[in-house]
Design a protein around this ligand. Sequence first.
Ligand SMILES: [Zn+2]
Ligand SMILES: [Zn+2]
Length: 217
Amino acid sequence: MRFPHDTHTHTVYSDGIGTVSDNIAAAEEKGLRVLAITDHSHYLEPKTLNRYVREVRQWAEDSEVVVLAGVEGNITENGVDVPAFMAKKLDFVIASVHEYLETPGQYLELVKIALMDEEVDVIGHFGANFPYTGFPGAEEIGEILELAEANGKAFEISSRYSVPELDFVRECIRRGIKLTLASDAHTPGDVGSVKWSESVFLKAGGKKEDLLFEEFL
Ligand SMILES: [Zn+2]
Ligand SMILES: [Zn+2]
């Protein structure tokens, strides 16, 4: 891999089956330079959140891999469920849509909420809903890109869902919108499984400076 990193993995702190140290060990084995632990926000009550961050920081100290403590928040009509006090303890915040929606317009309205939320850094698996809602038009996609560019938000390229599509990634690069490679692993075995992400990134002409965590790569 040219840019060995994985910015989206789950552990037993939410619905993953590996521990924090299992995921880090898998990242070491696969030669990753950067690994993010990003459990689902709704599992992290304040007390658990403190334990979570402490554990990630402790294991990170003993690893050659740069380990980031993040979270994957849920975007709903009422906002992203990552309050400022939670974001402050973390290195970065992913926001994703996890609910069933009927139209691409409904999906994009939710994504816009996250693009305007100052605690959010990265939009998770953008477009994973399109096979169910239908695909939006170029104009609607353009609005999303504009908002992301204006607000300095990044998109992950998700190997789990094979999104976003090549043209979208190309357009991110053209506009200076940062990208990350993400497995969305729920098992240690899947940590670092970002082949699809990297191939799309390279096909789109991506360079190191187009990656959100380029300083660690
Ligand atoms: Zn997700
Ligand atoms: Zn996830």
